[in-house]
Design a protein around this ligand. Structure first.
Ligand SMILES: Cc1ncc(COP(=O)(O)O)c(C=O)c1O
Length: 366
C-alpha cells in the first residue's frame, strides 16, 4: 500500500543527537549537547518537586482539558482559557493546525530557511506551498506578503526564526498584516519569545488582541527548561481553538508535564536566570567567534548560526568526536554552517576550544 504522495517526498525529522547515543557510539564519557536549543540550566526545582508529588497518580489519565495549567497560562497572558490549546510540544500544536485546516492542495506560505517542521507539515498534509527566499538570513516579509493570495490558508512566521536567530520588527509585522488579506490564519511561532530583549520585538498577542487572524504558539521547551516533557500551546480566537480541539488527540499532554509546566510558569526567577545566563553566553560566544575569524548571524534567541566555509557535517562530526554535539544545517539549506545552542559558561568555553582545533584540522572549502 502506497503512503500519501507528500509522505513519499520527505525524510523523518532528525533531531540533535542524544548525549547517551554519542557516549555509547564513540565511547566518550564527558559529552555536552548544544544541538537542540535546550536550557543549559535544566528544569526549575519547583517543576521537579511538583512532578515528584504527582508521580504517584500516574495510573490516572491526565486531565484532557489541562484545567489548572490552562487557567494559569490564561491568567499569565491575560487571555481567556477558551483561547488556549495545549500540545505535546508546540510542534504538536502545528500538527493539529494542519489536521484542522489543511486539505490536499491548500496553499500555505513560509520562508525557505525556517523551522524544518514547516515543510514536513506541508508535505504530510499535501499542501501547495510558496517558500519565498530569505534576505540576509532574515525573513523578507515583503516577499512573503506578495506570495499570500486570497486562497492562502496558512502563513507560518517563526519570530525569532530558527535556525538564524533573527527577528522581524513590530513595524515590519504591522506592515505585513496591512498588506495581506484577512483570510489566511497567520501562525506567529514564538518558541524563543522569553529570550528576546529588543524594544522593537513584537508580541504576537497584541495582533490577536487587535482582531487579526492569528495563532501565537509558545513552548515550555526552551526558556522554561522542560523540552523532555513535551508541552507547548497555541493562543488564538475561541473559534479557532474550538475547531482545533476537535482534531486534538485525547490526553495529548501527560499529567507530569501539566504539573511541571504550571510550577515552571510560576518560577519567574528561573526564567530570569535563564535569560541572564543566555545573554552572558551570547556575548562570550560572539566575541570568541569574532576572534577566531568565524562569521555568525547576530541572534536574539538562545542559539547561533555559525557560517564556517567548511562542510557543516564534517565539522559537526569532528566536534562530536571531541564530545561537543552541535547541529549541522544542511537540512536548512546552509551546508557550510552549524547551529550551536548557548550553554553554560564552561560549555561555551569547551565549544570554542573544540571549534578552534577543528578549524585547524579541516581546511576551508575552495
Ligand atoms: C521555531 C520553533 N518552533 C517550534 C519549536 C518546537 O518546540 P516544541 O515542540 O518543543 O515546543 C521549535 C523547536 O526547536 C522551534 O525552533
Amino acid at each position: 500500500m502506497l503512503a500519501k504522495p507528500g509522505i513519499q517526498t520527505i525524510s523523518a525529522y532528525q533531531g540533535g543527537r542524544p548525549v547517551e547515543e554519542v557516549q555509547r557510539e564513540l565511547g566518550l564519557s564527558d559529552v555536552i549537547k548544544l544541538a537542540s536549543n535546550e536550557n543549559p540550566l535544566g528544569p526549575s526545582k519547583r517543576a521537579l518537586d511538583a512532578m515528584a508529588e504527582a508521580v504517584a497518580s500516574v495510573h490516572h489519565y491526565p486531565d484532557g482539558n489541562a484545567f489548572y495549567l490552562k487557567n494559569a497560562v490564561a491568567a499569565f497572558h491575560g487571555v481567556g482559557p477558551e483561547q488556549l490549546l495545549f500540545g505535546n510540544g508546540s510542534s504538536e500544536v502545528l500538527q493539529i493546525l494542519g489536521e484542522t485546516y489543511i486539505a490536499p492542495g491548500d496553499h500555505i506560505v513560509y520562508p525557505q530557511q525556517s523551522f524544518v517542521v514547516y515543510p514536513l507539515m506541508a508535505a504530510i498534509f499535501d499542501a501547495r506551498t510558496s517558500t519565498p527566499p530569505m534576505r540576509a538570513d532574515t525573513y523578507d516579509l515583503g516577499a512573503i506578503a506578495t506570495a499570500v493570495t486570497d486562497e492562502t490558508k496558512l502563513v507560518l512566521i517563526a519570530n525569532p526564526n530558527n535556525p538564524t536567530g533573527t527577528y522581524v520588527t513590530k513595524t515590519q509585522l504591522d506592515a505585513f498584516f496591512d498588506a495581506i488579506p484577512s483570510s489566511p490564519l497567520v501562525v506567529l511561532d514564538e518558541a524563543y519569545f522569553e529570550y528576546v530583549d529588543r524594544d522593537d520585538y513584537p508580541d504576537g498577542l497584541d495582533y490577536l488582541r487587535a482582531g487579526r487572524n492569528v495563532i501565537v504558539t509558545r513552548t515550555f521547551s526552551k526558556a522554561y527548561g522542560l523540552a523532555g516533557l513535551r508541552v507547548g500551546y497555541g493562543i488564538a480566537s475561541p473559534e479557532v481553538v474550538e475547531m482545533m480541539n476537535r482534531a486534538r488527540p485525547p490526553f495529548n499532554v501527560n499529567s507530569l508535564a501539566q504539573v511541571a509546566a504550571l510550577a515552571a510558569l510560576e518560577d519567574v526567577e528561573h526564567v530570569t536566570r535563564s535569560r541572564e545566563v543566555n545573554a552572558a553566553g551570547m556575548t562570550y560566544l560572539t566575541a570568541a567567534l569574532a576572534r577566531l575569524g568565524v562569521a555568525y548571524v547576530p541572534s536574539v534567541a538562545n542559539f547561533l548560526l555559525v557560517h564556517l566555509r567548511r562542510d557543516g557535517r564534517s565539522v559537526t562530526d569532528a566536534l562530536t568526536r571531541r564530545g561537543v554535539i552541535v547541529r549541522p544545517m544542511h537540512a536548512y539549506a546552509y551546508p557550510q554552517s552549524v547551529r550551536v545552542t548557548v550553554g553554560t559558561e564552561a560549555q561555551n568555553q569547551r565549544f570554542i576550544a573544540a571549534l578552534a582545533e577543528v578549524l585547524g584540522e579541516i581546511p576551508e572549502a575552495s
